[in-house]
Design a protein around this ligand. Sequence first.
Ligand code: GLA
Length: 431
Amino acid sequence: MCRSVCVLALLVLISPTAEALDNGLALKPTMGWLHWERFMCNIDCDKDPNNCISERLYMQMADVMVKEGWKEAGYEYVCIDDCWPSHQRDAQGRLQADPKRFPGGIKKLADYVHSKGLKLGIYADVGKNTCAGYPGSLGYYETDAQTFADWDVDLLKFDGCYMDWTLVGEGYVNMSKALNKTGSSILYSCEWPLYEWKFKQPNYTAIREACNHWRNFADVYDSWSSVKSILEWTASHQDIIVPAAGPGGWNDPDMLVIGNFGLSHAQQESQMALWAIMAAPLLMSNDLRDICPRSKELLQNRHIIAISQDPLGKQGYRTAKVDSFEVWERTLSQNRLAIAVLNQQEIGGPRGFVIRAAPGWKICNPQCEVTQILPQYKELGVQTLHTKMVVSVNPSGTTLLTVTPIGSDITGLNKLYWRDLSVKRKHTTTL
Ligand code: GLA
């Protein structure tokens, strides 16, 4: 009895409101690499053979991902974005890769990536054309899903350009069904809500049922203003989007641009910390063949990755905004909490933040153990509810902590769960 009740209590506590796409994938936020932000639609392989969209680029990234510790850190998917196909479908109406840039074809590329123990992602569009003008999947959902399955592709990023917005939802659902019908495990990355927000509030229950992650907002650029705008959009829509996230389906604030040109190191730390707090897919768009050691160390930081991949799968959110600081918090498994303090003041030096002002600090009653993860790893020992501890936060940087409660009244907590449960059970017909 206790076992089934406890399992139910756990489900009630951890389940997001809606059912996730039931394909067994993305139980934790996806990790990998995606070409778009860094390499865009560079198709000039004569002039720029090293950086053009070609099979060579993905093979080289896969090689580096294995050699340089990326795979070991958890980065798994090597993803193609727009501009890979030929402008014409083949005689059977199937998409085909540009023959000059992908002489071996996508199936061979997938085999290569798989031989490295990694997975391959591809890109298509719900409408008539992709955003860069290549053939879209409208009218070909089943054909294209089957083609991707035949090629052994592991992930599909499905864009929403060149589609009447009133048909976007239906298109995404139909492609989800077409992927399912192939019987292959293809992770489904959508941009459905992004293309609806201009007109209406998207239905996140339906989105979660069809997609493994979904873009809500504009494309990320290699700049702090872009990263800031994504954070602000997320915080100002958190009541709507956070409850939709959980194992199997995640909000996607777009790629990590760490290791490129536009962010200072402190800003890179902010992106990494907050993408982990947001339970966001960690899809890097950078040149792994040439990345500075500090950015590499940050992207491979196992403490931050552990927050991102926490098994509870609860998305964190902004809990306070005070004196040009933002506090973002994420509930972790085993009653732990991650706290990120972002210093929005882009002038001067590091500023102190009195940590007990973080709303989640109440779990430190009577005590908690605190570890600082960014900007430097530091064990901050046992602290109390009334601690005077001040953490230092760099301008446009983030100080990231994990907090483990000690001696809190777990029995009291259990009682709360049981009470919640009795209320819930009245409305529960099937278990
Ligand atoms: C849209 C998407 C981007 C990228 C480009 C490719 O803008 O949001 O992530 O895929 O299209 O053209």
